[in-house]
Design a protein around this ligand. Structure first.
Ligand SMILES: Cc1cc2nc3c(=O)[nH]c(=O)nc-3n(C[C@H](O)[C@H](O)[C@H](O)COP(=O)(O)O)c2cc1C
Length: 335
């Protein structure tokens, strides 16, 4: 039973949400009986280590660390130039220039090292499958590995790579698509569960649009051994995102989210706003370059309290999120 391995009270995983999860939030989730997850995607090795140590100071319960499988972007200078030009009106309006940053595979190696050195028991991945060498290293240290898939083909690739479990991410899910094969597909969660259940032997974790007790039960009856929830936990008191973001989740209406490449260069689901609309047909640099190009725009908009240029990731069912109490009070409604 997957839940025994996860060592959590409930078969529910707090979705790793890079840029959103803080030690306080992860610990509140573990204390409420979920498997807490550190979204370490935007951290380097040292920052990942510090985050793990902070969580360990606050709880003895197990938790997971989630990493982005890194790919070196193919840099086409012309595309990069066009992508910068497309963002120029936003830089001009806000009086900014883009942040330059260095992409490096060493960052990923440092994160894996932090997971091993800190004896983290569970490590999940999105954006692809880590190398056989990394998986072997993690396995040798007894780390339980979880991949992310958005299609049957990806789920089978995760299993063939020897990973221990797979998150099936339905098209409704908030945040980045974990997809790593083309073409991009947005298969609704229950269709995806139907396509994959019985075709792979490793445990399935269902993710995407799960907000209510009924949703969670249905996923667990449709072939999933556990669920992973993101958006419904964003509004928790212990979640340290801005009030602007929380209010956007609570005020969101049906069909207000969209899939956009404009913020990071990878498709992700969030609230549709001026930025996603104006950038709809613009040239976008590949991930993570677009992420660096839009960093100052997002930071300055947050400072100005302007929600129109912010990336506010949330799932398609954000309009069903109504409850904004403690993590424990949100979890109580699922039981
Ligand atoms: C704000 C936000 C950030 C996310 N960041 C990550 C991440 O760092 N790693 C990851 O594997 N998934 C990430 N996801 C996707 C979640 O793992 C999960 O698939 C999704 O939250 C499920 O859909 P829901 O938001 O409707 O519950 C993120 C989701 C959200 C909403």
């Amino acid at each position: 039973m997957l839940q025994t391995i996860l060592d959590s009270q409930h078969p529910i995983i707090q979705a790793p949400m890079a840029g959103v999860t803080s030690p306080k939030f992860v610990v509140a989730c573990t204390e409420a009986g979920l498997l807490g997850s550190i979204g370490a995607g935007y951290l380097d090795g040292e920052q990942t280590k510090q985050f793990i140590q902070e969580v360990k100071k606050l709880t003895t319960k197990p938790f997971a660390v989630n990493l982005f499988v890194q790919e070196e972007p193919q840099i086409d200078i012309e595309v990069l130039q066009k992508a910068r030009m497309a963002l120029q009106p936003f830089y001009d309006e806000l009086g900014l220039s883009p942040v330059q940053s260095v992409v490096s595979k060493e960052v990923f190696a440092g994160q894996v090292q932090a997971v091993i050195e800190e004896k983290v028991k569970i490590c999940s991945f999105t954006f692809g499958i880590p190398s056989a060498e990394v998986l072997k290293q993690l396995k040798e240290h007894g780390v339980y590995t979880i991949g992310t898939a958005t299609t049957l083909e990806e789920a089978q690739l995760v299993e063939q790579a020897g990973m221990d479990a797979v998150v099936l991410q339905g098209g409704e899910a908030g945040g980045h698509r974990g997809s790593f094969t083309a073409p991009l597909q947005l298969i609704p969660l229950y269709d995806l569960l139907q396509q994959v259940a019985g075709k792979i032997a490793i445990p399935i974790i269902a993710a995407g649009g799960l907000v209510t007790k009924k949703d969670i039960q249905k996923a667990l009856e449709s072939g999933a051994q556990a669920v992973q929830v993101g958006t419904a936990l964003l509004v928790a008191e212990e979640c340290e995102i801005s009030p602007l973001y929380k209010n956007a989740v609570l005020a969101s209406k049906e069909q207000e989210t969209t899939i956009t490449l404009a913020f990071t260069g990878k498709p992700a689901r969030g609230i549709a706003n001026d930025f996603t609309k104006r950038m709809k047909d613009a040239t976008v640099a590949p991930y993570p370059l677009q992420n660096y190009l839009t960093t100052t725009i997002r930071k300055e908009s947050a400072k100005q309290g302007n929600a129109e240029y912010l990336s506010m990731w949330m799932g398609e069912n954000s309009h069903l999120v109504q409850h904004a109490g403690t993590v424990q009070s949100i979890v109580d409604k699922w039981l």
